[in-house]
Design a protein around this ligand. Structure first.
Ligand code: SF4
Length: 497
């Protein structure tokens, strides 16, 4: 057995066989054509073929057109609609090639896939699996995920993925992302993305120029008013820029078309610059009505109106006096102090300290536990599942690839374990914005403790912006309970056709 064979055959598995024998999902597919059928490399297909003659019913492999990989033939199920893998024995519910099954089958209910945005390959989990639904919050699952990530990050894994890129399959709505897999990323090229005429993709090397244009423009106190606030979303949104004699435009592209995430950057913003930005947006969207300029501040509103734009109110940001949040003194913060006392009693001595690259796996585990908890609370809600997926990309990008030197990331550690983290960056000399927080939800009051500690560390700022509430009633109540000193209004500008 060589190293590649050993790599495939030594993949640790977590689902107990007893669960598989009761399962109605695995190895069966609703459709024989558009199915999530496993994909096997030529070498794995050869192993299977060697054993196929010993099976009670013939196992046929189908080549995938145009690719050097194979997939098992599907047969109609006898007692229900749908199809089953021809290696699956319906009477015993067993895989007849269990001991030699290829990587894609060994990995399941985990899968190697790519998000439709075309970002790097990632490990995801198929939430259809009943065992996963029952055990995803167990510590053993988090430990298994660590093991699996290490397994897939071996050099031999990179060889396997580079020789068999087709085993990294399409994205399905039931998938929950777990981790980017660097071995697959380095082995597989990113799909080419077309850049619209006249635009440049926002690359790291462009950031100093864009930040300089931001610094030369009027201060924007909105959480989404800088390119750095949008960089963590670049797995889901593509960012481009364009330089004009009087200003710099940043455009964002989502499935629906282009928009500007914040107004043009210019030393003196004027109606001609705004109108030029609008002309460019309409060109990019071919006149489609999705064109809009987001992140318009209260101070910029009248200029947009003068330039003939209509404005609609967007989500306002909550803004607090930092000293209020750091002290939490007085009756109005009585309940917050109570929550913090509860968390402090539960965790004992703690350290609130800057995050280091060595914390990445612990942060990923916190995300996973939060994702599992959120999913199980709302198993049927597509909107929640989309939010969980989007958060994955945002958190991984923020944690793994810091986009600017001024991002500030802190974690709370007790008894040698990371229990939560929070990340923010300054928006001006006086204003600091907190962009995200992730905590162990089993510890009541931990979020309040981390919020207070973070505000204490940022003592050079007068104000704290905590972004909006996304229209979520619970979040709104929580943010209001901290008594914002003011709201920072935000507008979206557009022109009628
Ligand atoms: S080879 Fe075995 S594990 Fe893979 S799909 Fe077929 S029956 Fe299921």
């Amino acid at each position: 057995m060589d190293s590649l064979d050993a790599f495939i055959q030594q993949l640790p598995q977590i689902v107990p066989e007893s669960w598989c024998f009761d399962c109605r999902i695995c190895c069966r597919f609703p459709d024989s054509e558009k199915a999530q059928t496993p994909v096997w490399s030529g070498r794995e297909a050869a192993w299977v073929n060697e054993s196929a003659h010993r099976l009670p019913t013939p196992l046929k492999l189908k080549p995938v057109p145009g690719l050097p990989v194979f997939t098992p033939q599907l047969n109609p199920c006898s007692h229900s609609g749908g199809f089953h893998c021809s290696a699956f024995e319906e009477s015993s519910k067993k895989c007849l090639i269990h001991s030699i099954k290829p990587l894609d089958c060994r990995l399941y209910p985990f899968v190697m896939t790519r998000h439709p945005s075309g970002s790097e390959p990632l490990l995801a989990i198929d939430m259809k699996c009943p065992y996963i639904q029952a055990s995803m919050k167990e510590p053993a699952m988090a430990a298994y995920i660590h093991t699996l990530i290490n397994y897939l990050e071996q050099t031999v894994a990179a060889d396997y993925f580079s020789s068999n890129p087709a085993v990294v399959g399409d994205w399905w709505p039931e998938y929950l992302p777990v981790a980017w897999i660097q071995s697959a990323s380095s082995a597989l090229p990113l799909p080419a993305v077309s850049v619209p005429e006249g635009l440049q993709p926002v690359l790291n090397s462009d950031l100093p120029l864009i930040r300089k244009a931001e610094a030369d423009s009027a201060e924007n106190h909105l959480s989404g008013g800088t390119v750095d606030a949008w960089i963590p979303w670049t797995d889901l949104i593509s960012l481009y820029w364009m330089k004009k004699p009087d200003g710099l435009f940043v455009f964002a592209r989502q499935a629906g078309g282009f928009f500007m995430p914040f107004p043009p950057l210019a030393e003196t913003l004027s109606p001609p610059i705004l109108n030029e930005a609008w002309v460019q947006l309409n060109r990019l969207n071919s006149g489609n009505a999705v064109s809009r300029i987001e992140g318009v501040s209260e101070q910029q509103k009248s200029l947009f109106e003068k330039a003939g734009f209509s404005l609609r109110a967007s989500e306002s940001d909550y803004c607090y006096l930092r000293s209020d949040l750091a002290d939490l003194s007085g009756d109005r913060y009585h309940s917050h102090r109570g929550m913090i006392n509860q968390a402090s009693k539960m965790i004992g001595e703690y350290r609130f300290r800057p995050l280091t690259p060595g914390d990445f796996n612990s942060c990923a585990e916190l995300y996973w536990r939060w994702a599992a908890d959120s999913y199980l609370k709302h198993p049927e809600q597509d909107e929640t599942h989309r939010m969980i997926r989007d958060s994955f990309f945002f958190h991984q990008r923020l944690l793994k690839a810091p986009t600017a030197e001024d991002w500030v990331a802190y974690g709370l550690e007790a008894d040698g374990k990371l229990l939560g983290y929070t990340i923010g960056r300054p928006l001006s000399d006086e204003l600091f914005c907190i962009y995200t927080e992730m905590t162990d939800r089993t510890i009541p009051g931990l979020s309040a403790l981390i919020f207070r500690e973070f505000c204490r560390t940022q003592n050079q700022f007068t104000w704290i912006n905590t972004m909006g509430d996304s229209g979520l009633e619970g979040l709104k109540q929580s943010k209001e309970s901290y008594h914002p000193a003011r709201m920072i209004p935000c507008w979206t500008a557009y022109k009628k056709f």
